[in-house]
Design a protein around this ligand. Structure first.
Ligand code: ADP
Ligand code: MG
Length: 687
């Protein structure tokens, strides 16, 4: 044990020693392995010791139990012996009593016999003696039984003792064996340990040697490094001196850099100013180009859209197709009227196959110009059932110009969001029998008035007309739905009512250019006109006649206004109808107007189609003549808008040539500026 202890201490010392200076050395690895093995062996020894002490404890417990059992057995045996003694004593007494009783029997018998006769008392005593005798015999039998049981118990105790002894012998043998085994293991562990320690010691010695060698190398290195350290110290001192002078140098450098940066900033500023100037010039140029483009196309354009034949058109000769197209020219439409072919030339003709998107493509340039601050009017004209509402409103699955226009405005506005800030508002109104009503208001029955702005700008406004700001397609849908609900609750037969009233959707786009502060306002008026059929001619009376007269009057007024505008008359009769009066701002100046003439293709509508197309061609062919001719134009008949013959109408079919105005007639100042300065100011108003 002493040797063990000494070795353990030595081992701990070895462990406490710092790791070998050469970590890559194979001996150190081996030494670590050996150490690991050693600690493992020690663990095993500890484990075995634990096991041994457990076994010892167990043996001790068993021995204790055995001693206890032996003690108990001894007690039992002593008790039994005593009991046996007592019983045998009693047995002996009983035998003696019996013997004495037997010995006494003749006198007793005699006595019995005498007493039997003499006294019942004696009899009773006899029976009692017999009973006692019986009882004593029973007791003797019982005691014998007990004795027998005790003998059996003693026997089983002996057996148990023998068993326990055998077990103890077995345990002792096992203990002996375990002890021997443990001693053997301890012996082998001791040997292993000694071997490991020896090996580790040898390796440690080798490593120590290597360390000593290294140390010697390091010492020589140190000696050589000293001069280098000296030069480094010199360098450091030099640098220290330089650092002391650095703030001066830095200030100098900063001053020069500041001057350079200031110069650069000035240059960039100048550049920016130049770019801003160029940007503004480009903006103006773009407007000019756009204006020029629209001027070349004509500020007032007329297109026709022929709807497909529908089930409602019925069957038979009346439902045959009366409209044909020119395959080479999409501005020509042919109509077979009372057997005679009539041809019309417009700016564009859409056949029944044209989709809502095709039509929208044609008008989308107009709509985007509204973002640039232009006022735009798009009218759907034509007899009831020709497709006006379909073109303007469309169906939920296939929306028309109204919804597509707003969607386009949203996307355009979003695209320009980095430079411009826009707000889009929507109003919806209706003109029925020359009465203007708000379709988005809380009181749709209320008559609205058109008033001149009190600021003296000459602009018009409608007090009380509801304006909703919209930011998404969902907003538009809500607004449309609201307007529609207002109209449906108001009128029992909406279809009939809507064909006799003008429905207006007024979209206002207000923009502010973030960099220049320029403000623009553009208005887009989308008008689903009342049916153009000439009800007045078919002898209608009363209420129906009044409606027809109002429609006639307003459509004639629209024709008059467009004619006056196209021919640049000095006076434009805007006030002749609520519709033209309301749209005055959006029809005059640099505004752009598009008339979509809706046409039914079937034979039974040929007569109305003829009138619609005549109206379209007349609107389109109003010549933009020289100034002298402006006042020569007559007025559209207010009684029958289709019967009008302008005084200076050029002979057909030169309409197309006339649509291109002569140079100089349309070059007007930039429209944005005009929008900005209703009161005649000459510079844009900054934000
Ligand atoms: P209006 O408004 O001129 O009275 P509608 O727009 O109500 O006429 O059109 C009448 C019917 O013809 C509607 O059922 C409509 O769906 C249909 N219709 C009109 N134009 C087209 C078209 N281009 N394609 C398909 N159906 C059309
Ligand atoms: Mg309609």
């Amino acid at each position: 044990m002493v040797e063990n202890e000494r070795l353990r201490q030595e081992l701990q010392e070895l462990r406490a020693q710092p790791a070998a200076p050469c970590p890559g050395c194979e001996h150190s690895q081996e030494s670590t392995q050996l150490r690991d093995k050693l600690s493992q062996l020690q663990l095993e020894v500890a484990e075995n010791k634990g096991m041994l002490s457990e076994l010892n404890l167990e043996v001790q417990q068993k021995t204790d139990r055995l001693a206890e059992v032996e003690l108990r057995l001894k007690d039992c045996l002593a008790e039994k012996a005593q009991e046996e003694e007592r019983l045998s004593r009693r047995l002996r007494d009983s035998h003696e009593t019996i013997a004495s009783l037997r010995a006494q029997s003749p006198p007793v018998k005699y006595v019995i016999k005498t007493v039997e006769v003499e006294s019942s008392k004696t009899k009773q005593a006899l029976s009692e003696s017999q009973a006692r005798n019986q009882h004593l015999q029973e007791q003797v039998a019982m005691q014998r039984q007990v004795l027998k049981e005790m003998e059996q118990q003693l026997h089983s105790s002996h057996q148990l003792t023998a068993q326990l002894r055998a077990q103890i012998a077995m345990y002792e043998a096992e203990l002996e064996r375990a002890h021997g085994q443990m001693l053997e293991e301890m012996q082998s562990l001791e040997e292993d340990k000694n071997r490991a320690i020896e090996e580790a010691f040898a390796r440690a010695q080798v490593e120590m040697k290597a360390v000593h060698e290294n140390l010697a190398g390091v010492r020589t290195n140190l000696l050589t490094l000293q001069p280098a350290l000296r030069t480094l110290t010199n360098d450091y001192n030099g640098l220290k001196r330089q650092v002391r002078g650095f703030p001066m140098l830095l200030q100098e450098a900063l001053r020069s850099v500041k001057a350079e940066i200031g110069q650069a900033i000035e240059e960039v500023n100048n550049n920016n100013q130049e770019l801003l100037r160029k940007y503004r010039r480009e903006l103006q140029l773009r407007k000019k180009c756009h204006n020029e483009l629209v001027r070349l196309k004509g500020n007032i354009r007329v297109i026709a859209r022929v709807r497909p034949v529908t089930k409602e058109d019925g069957e038979g000769p009346e439902a045959t197709n009366a409209v044909t197209f020119d395959p080479d020219d999409d501005s020509i439409i042919h109509l077979l009227h009372k057997g005679k072919p009539v041809s019309f030339e417009l700016d564009k003709v859409f056949s029944p196959g044209a989709s809502q998107q095709d039509v929208f493509q044609e008008v989308q340039a107009l709509i985007t110009s509204c973002i640039d601050g232009f006022n735009v009017c798009i009218f759907a004209y034509g007899q009831t059932g020709a497709g006006k509402t379909y073109t303007m409103e469309g169906t939920p699955e296939n929306p028309g110009i109204n919804q597509r226009a707003l969607q386009l405005l949203f996307s355009e506005v979003q695209e320009k969001a980095s430079d411009w800030q826009y707000t889009i508002t929507v109003s919806a109104a209706e003109i029925y029998n020359e009465v203007l009503r708000d379709l988005l208001g809380r009181e749709p029955q209320e008559k609205l008035e058109i008033r001149l702005c009190p600021d003296g700008s000459g602009q018009l406004y409608v007090p009380g007309l509801t304006e909703f700001q919209v930011q998404s397609v969902e907003d538009i849908n809500k607004v449309f739905e609201f307007g529609h609900t207002n109209r449906t609750t108001e009128f029992t037969n909406l279809n009939e009512h809507s064909s006799r009233s003008h429905a207006l959707l007024i979209v206002t786009v207000r923009g502010v250019d973030c960099s220049t502060g320029l403000r623009t306002i553009g208005k887009l008026n989308l008008v689903d006109l009342a049916g153009s059929e000439r009800v007045g001619k078919s002898g209608a009376e009363g209420h129906r006649l009044r409606e027809a007269q109002h429609i006639n009057k307003s459509l004639s007024a629209l024709g008059d206004v467009i004619a006056a505008l196209r021919s640049r008359q000095g006076h434009v009769p805007f006030r002749n109808s609520k519709l033209t009066y309301l749209l005055q701002d959006s029809l005059s100046g640099d505004s752009k107007t598009l008339m979509v003439v809706q046409v039914s293709p079937v034979e039974k509508n040929a007569s109305e189609t003829l009138y619609s197309l005549k109206f379209a061609e007349r609107v389109r062919s109003v010549e933009l003549g020289p100034g002298s001719r402006r006042t020569e134009l007559g007025s559209w008949s207010s009684q029958e808008h289709l019967e009008w013959e302008p005084a200076c109408q050029t002979p057909q079919p030169s309409a197309r040539a006339h649509s291109a105005p002569t140079s100089g007639t349309s070059s007007r100042p930039g429209s944005i500026r005009r929008k900005l300065q209703p009161s005649g100011r000459s510079r844009p108003v900054p934000v």
